[in-house]
Design a protein around this ligand. Structure first.
Ligand SMILES: Cc1cc2nc3c(=O)[nH]c(=O)nc-3n(C[C@H](O)[C@H](O)[C@H](O)COP(=O)(O)OP(=O)(O)OC[C@H]3O[C@@H](n4cnc5c(N)ncnc54)[C@H](O)[C@@H]3O)c2cc1C
Length: 460
């Protein structure tokens, strides 16, 4: 329990209505999307940068751990409180501070909902490119901390590629400004890119200057069905080698298609479909047919069963039905998913998909793989019954083999979900000891007392 002295100090700093220690609120902030929970000591709702700096200074003096939190939609335990921690929720720092279409930028507080940024940008014909599937509720601070990404990443990059500058507070309460308001920048070290993806372990982000780009005039979609996953993976390589970079290039493996069929959402898919690619192009209305033709040519090849195209909103929605219903369909397979978010070079995708298929069979667990093929990023869900100890052991062995396979294929543990508490045990498999030691030194430099999101990102 937070002592009365500290509670009163936080109330003096923030006001009574921003400091919560009642059991109901603590329970509400005890978990994120991972199936785990840990009750924090208090939940604090700062209203601005100075509040955040004040909280960190008190926490540093008292050596109290801080768990930063956006919407709690992360699925790796990033916002999961650690024992004795203060949750700092950025929900009330939800203001768009500046929208400057002339300079194609927006300055936002960390609690702004991601889609609200894109919606406002659209009023001036602009776009905030990163598009995580959770954009309707995740907060930009959480996106920045995790380097969030989405289907548009294949063309435009992830969150890190769309931030000009940051304001933040380090673990000893120092205020820093990183980056600038310009689209070119070669001064000093690039702390902006370092803080993005640092999962709240180096500094608390209190403001971000985001880069905006022109919004697409028109989008068109292709749904391409294949008789084998290998054919689909080979088509991905061809699509990424030609000059028209797709606006999206998404993949579903045979087990995903099976799940969607069982869920009754596979209407219209040709029989024998073992893999699907969803591809999109964007551009001016007159360019779309040429772009689509180029992409379709690349996607045609051995094992092709069917290509369908969509131009209107209704046609596009129809084509995406199977892919969009996948999350719900997968949940029907088993009560718990062990959710990996691995990434390999696109040239290795076929090998990874074949290995996943083989692992599912050998370990006798349903393994569903789908995701952002154009980036080589697959969401691999191992579906399990947590009460079945023997199955859980097989699933854990399967997970370890998956990670080792990905690393052998020159890939990485996470493409977009981050490491949090759930994957940090595997980080030492990816980095050599010297690199890891330098990362730990960086952590000490930014957070000398080790209070910012302890137990996350790096292994013990
Ligand atoms: C249905 C669903 C779909 C998803 N789809 C995607 C997807 O397509 N792409 C993707 O990348 N992710 C996806 N995610 C994962 C998740 O939504 C993202 O990681 C998102 O960026 C988290 O945002 P949040 O506001 O919920 O942050 P939280 O989960 O609250 O926090 C995430 C991390 O950010 C830290 N943090 C939060 N605010 C700050 C701050 N101001 N300063 C420093 N650290 C901070 C937290 O401590 C934590 O480590 C999905 C999740 C769900 C449940």
């Amino acid at each position: 329990m937070l002592t009365d002295r500290l509670r009163n100090e936080f109330i003096a700093l923030l006001g009574e209505d921003r400091v919560y220690t009642d059991p109901d609120t603590l329970a509400l902030y005890a978990s994120d999307e991972t199936p785990k929970s840990c009750t924090p000591e208090a939940v604090l709702f700062p209203a601005g940068h100075d509040h955040v700096a004040g909280i960190v200074r008190i926490a540093a003096r008292e050596k109290l751990p801080i768990t930063p939190r956006g919407a709690g939609s992360g699925n790796v335990g990033g916002a999961l409180p650690t024992r004795g921690s203060l949750v700092v929720s950025f929900e009330c720092m939800n203001h768009i501070l500046e929208f400057d279409p002339d300079n194609r930028l927006m300055v936002v507080e960390p609690g702004v909902v991601t889609d609200d940024i894109d919606d406002l940008a659209a009023t001036a014909g602009l776009m905030y490119a990163p598009d995580p599937g959770s954009g309707a509720y995740s907060r930009i601070g959480g996106n920045l901390a995790m380097n969030a990404a989405g289907p548009r990443t294949v063309k435009y990059g992830s969150t890190r590629d769309h931030v000009l500058g940051l304001r933040a507070v380090t673990g000893d309460g120092r205020e820093i400004r990183a980056g600038s308001r310009t689209t070119k920048y070669a001064t000093g070290y690039d702390l902006t890119r370092l803080l993005i993806g640092s999962e709240g372990t180096l500094a608390l982000i209190t403001e971000a200057t985001l880069k905006l780009i022109p919004a697409p005039r028109q989008i068109a979609s292709l749904r391409v069905c294949y008789a084998s996953t290998r054919s689909a993976c080979e088509a991905v390589i061809r699509a990424m080698r030609q000059p028209i970079v797709p606006y999206a290039l998404e993949f579903m493996d045979s087990r995903s298609i099976e799940a969607v069929r069982e869920f009754g959402m596979a209407e219209g898919l040709p029989s024998g479909t073992q893999a699907i690619l969803m591809a999109e192009v964007e551009g001016d209305r007159e360019d779309i047919p040429r772009y689509l033709a180029a992409l379709e040519t690349a996607l045609r090849g051995d094992g092709l069963l069917e290509v369908q195209s969509g131009f209107s909103k209704e046609e596009i929605t129809h084509l995406w039905t199977a892919r969009k219903s996948l999350s719900h369909a997968v949940k029907k397979l088993a009560p718990l998913k062990i959710n990996e978010d691995v990434v390999v070079p696109v040239g290795k995708l076929a090998e990874l998909v074949a290995a996943i298929d083989d692992m599912g069979r050998r370990y006798n667990v349903p393994v569903v793989a789908f995701g952002h093929a154009g980036n080589g990023n697959l969401h691999v869900n191992i579906m399990v019954h947590p009460d079945d100890a023997e199955e859980m052991t097989r699933a854990r062995d399967c997970r370890l083999e998956l990670i080792e396979t990905v690393l052998k294929l020159s890939g990485s543990l996470s493409g977009e979900h981050g490491i949090g508490s759930e994957k940090r045990a595997f980080v030492a498999l990816e980095f050599d000891p010297t690199t890891l030691e330098l990362m730990r030194d960086l952590k000490k430099l930014f957070d000398p007392h080790g209070i910012l999101n302890p137990g996350k990102k790096l292994p013990d």
